[in-house]
Design a protein around this ligand. Sequence first.
Ligand SMILES: NC(=O)C1=CN([C@@H]2O[C@H](COP(=O)(O)OP(=O)(O)OC[C@H]3O[C@@H](n4cnc5c(N)ncnc54)[C@H](OP(=O)(O)O)[C@@H]3O)[C@@H](O)[C@H]2O)C=CC1
Ligand SMILES: CC(C)(CO)C(=O)C(=O)O
Length: 319
Amino acid sequence: MQVGIIGAGAIGGWIAARLAHGGHDVRILARAETGKALRSHGLTLVQDGERMVVHPRICADAQEVGPCDLIIVGVKSFALESVAPAIAAMMKPETLVVPMLNGVPWWFMGRDVSLRSVDPDGILQKSLPYEQIVACVVHAAAMRTLPAEITLFRGDRLIMGEPAGGASARVAALVDQFRAAGLPAEQSHDVRADIWFKLWGNMTINPISALTLATADRILDDPLVLGLIASVMEEAREIGRRIGCPIEQSTVERNAVTRKLGAFRTSMLQDVDASRPIELDALLAAPREIAAMVGVATPSLDILFGLTRLMGISRGIYG
Ligand SMILES: NC(=O)C1=CN([C@@H]2O[C@H](COP(=O)(O)OP(=O)(O)OC[C@H]3O[C@@H](n4cnc5c(N)ncnc54)[C@H](OP(=O)(O)O)[C@@H]3O)[C@@H](O)[C@H]2O)C=CC1
Ligand SMILES: CC(C)(CO)C(=O)C(=O)O
């Protein structure tokens, strides 16, 4: 496959390295500094104590990447709009576009509704056809440890599915390609529910890590903070119930999964550390927008959003 990667950071870099190692024609669209590092050193993936170096083609613009069979998008959610023209320029009618982003995507409430908190001007809806999107929920923990080096701490599951639900041959084929390249892909028949379930865990832990600068283990060890987490999760459970994404698990069970990450600095904490913008809209504003649509009161979610938003504005990394 000819694979275009936009955003070869922690997650996009992991996928790029594995697909390139698996023999695919991987082309990374990189900005100047990262492009320079990747051209000089190749892309290194550190996983399970082993280092793998690959040399995908590094491109400065979408024309150089050319039309792709598959486009992996690994930018942060707030940067999606800025890369939409490049994605569109790399697409053929049969290209699959796989955003590997946390949070709620613009298309989550259906083909004809675009969530304004993540797609304020409808640009994503217009430029990225719903029919060409394959959703992917990333259960992993990774970090860019050097400009051209990705360290994968956990690579648990890449859950892929059709935005409209159901099984499809094209997702099955993609899953096969990923698995052959050593990536833990699986097909979901209800990927919206999987997106909501992932969000259910990290819509709290990520903002709280950004607010407190604490690693996941310390957050989950604090009984008072756990109380707030549980309240937000119960509100999100109710939203999920009303939009066809019910959650059966207990908050304790879900947090036990996050607990396995240990002393991990969430991707949002990594952004705070580096004074980069944070993904608050996809993680908190979009669930609030959906809650308003379906009439669920979200007092705890509102407090978490308000506090993190204020912190982000004060630090110049949000708004
Ligand atoms: N890290 C993790 O453990 C996990 C992350 N996620 C999610 O995955 C998504 C990606 O996060 P993550 O990999 O951590 O992010 P990173 O910050 O590590 O990487 C983002 C990449 O996007 C690139 N980028 C941004 N804008 C552009 C642009 N205009 N053109 C080309 N490249 C661009 C950055 O380039 P540059 O090098 O120039 O800065 C960087 O390489 C997020 O939604 C995150 O929440 C999900 C699960 C776990
Ligand atoms: C915390 C983690 C790894 C899982 O909830 C995550 O998704 C992130 O860091 O963004």
